[in-house]
Structure formats: C-alpha cells, structure tokens
Design a protein around this ligand. Structure first.
Ligand SMILES: C[S@@+](CC[C@H](N)C(=O)[O-])C[C@H]1O[C@@H](n2cnc3c(N)ncnc32)[C@H](O)[C@@H]1O
Length: 220
C-alpha cells in the first residue's frame, strides 16, 4: 500500500463518521437513532467511492440521513473528510463489501438506494459480482422499505441495458429511464450531482445512463 493510501486508511479509523467492517454491526436497525440521533429516513449510496452523492445530497436534504458504502477506505476518506470539515452531520460512511449489507441493516430500514457508477463486470462469469444481478437485487429488496426507490447511474450502456431488462423481467416498476441524462428533461438538481468517475466520462462526452425503479409489492 502506498504512503498516501496508508495515511488515509489510518485516518479514517479515527473519523466519527466512518464505520469499518464489524464496527458497523451494532448499528443494525438503529442507524438513525444511534449514529444520527434522529428518526429521519436512511438513504444509501452503494459503490460510493469518494462519496460525492452522499455528501451533496446530505447538504441538499438536511432531514434525511445518508450512508455511503464502499470497500475502499482511501476513497471513503475523501467524502468523510469533506463532511467533517464542512460540518455535514447527516452523512456517514460504511466500509464493507456490499455482499454483506444485510448484516448491517434491518428489514425495511432503508428508504432509498443509489448505485453510482458501479464496476460493470461485463464478463459472463462475473455476473454474480454485478451490483444489479439477481443476487444483489434480492439483497436490496430485503432492506428497502415497501415503495422505496432504487436508482442506478452508469456510463456503461451494457450494464444499463442489463439492469433495465432484469428489472422488467422481475416484474418491478420502472419509473424513469434515460440513456442520455444530460440531454433529458428528467435532469434535476439531484441528478446533476456529479461523481468523480462521472466527471471523467463527461469530459470525453460519454452519455450517462440513469434508471429509477421500485420493487413490486409482495403477493398479499
Ligand atoms: C467505478 S468506481 C465508482 C465510484 C463512485 N461511485 C464514482 O462514481 O466516482 C466503483 C466503486 O465500487 C466499489 N465496489 C465495487 N464492488 C464493490 C463491492 N462488492 N462492495 C463494496 N464496494 C464495491 C469500488 O471499491 C469502487 O470504489
């Protein structure tokens, strides 16, 4: 590990807004009460990297709690440090593998999930690792409140198509979809927040895909 990475890794250990691995387990079902000291809704950003969505949405929506999730500590460091420096207290970060997320949140604890520029994992043998494969969608279904929203933002056209088909095949409800967000009438202040990777793609004129959906209701 490089010196800078190691420094950031050590620093996040002392950040009050970062939970690493088992540190986060005690908050299961209690994130709002025990970390944020309120009863506001919880929104997750998965594959958050440097956490631009989490931090900027937290600033825009002070009555909502945001948690950015990624396994790379040196990336989480950026978002967590900004939040601490700017006094943004309604955002926290959790360094875990998303595969393990059900150990960290209770059924119905989460109101909304954003997946921002996940690795597309295009190889057939890597489908299980795709953050919108059936395995992951089943996991999200388990922690999202009924009528909670799912959002995917991606530069990868293949991942967008795959997710669109998957959502439709599962009988879930597609609410918004575009292959060219920045030339679309659905663009708004929240959707205009740009992540680190997104800025790089926009610089080379890559179209940005966006999908919003809701899981179907369970059979009564
Ligand atoms: C392409 S980066 C995007 C980061 C950020 N959302 C952005 O747009 O700048 C993908 C991120 O997903 C994280 N990631 C991929 N698979 C993961 C998993 N299974 N659990 C936790 N993090 C994961 C990586 O560590 C990486 O930071």
């Amino acid at each position: 590990m490089g010196k800078d990475k190691l420094r950031k890794f050590t620093e996040i250990g002392a950040f009050e807004n970062v939970y690493q691995l088992e540190e986060g387990l005690a908050n299961k079902g209690l994130w709002a009460k025990s970390h944020f000291k309120n009863d506001h809704p919880i929104v997750l950003e998965l594959a958050c990297g440097k956490g631009e969505y989490s931090v900027n949405m937290a600033k825009a929506f002070p009555d909502t709690n945001f948690i950015g999730i990624d396994y790379k500590g040196n990336r989480i460091w950026r978002g967590a440090k900004t939040a601490l420096e700017e006094g943004v207290s309604n955002v926290a970060f959790l360094r875990i593998q998303i595969e393990d997320i059900l150990s960290y949140f209770d059924l119905d604890e989460v109101s909304e999930i954003w997946i921002t520029f996940p690795d597309p994992q295009p190889q057939v043998g890597r489908e299980k690792k795709r953050l919108t494969s059936d395995r992951f969608l089943d996991i999200y279904r388990g922690l999202l409140k009924q009528d909670g929203f799912m959002h995917l933002k991606t530069d990868n056209d293949g991942l967008y198509q795959y997710t669109l088909e998957k959502v439709a095949d599962r009988g879930d409800e597609i609410l918004l979809s575009t292959q060219d967000l920045y030339n679309s009438e659905i663009l708004n202040d929240t959707l205009s927040i740009k992540t680190y990777y997104e800025k790089k793609y926009l610089l080379v004129n890559k179209n940005i895909n966006y999908l919003k959906w809701r899981f179907k209701k369970p059979i009564a």
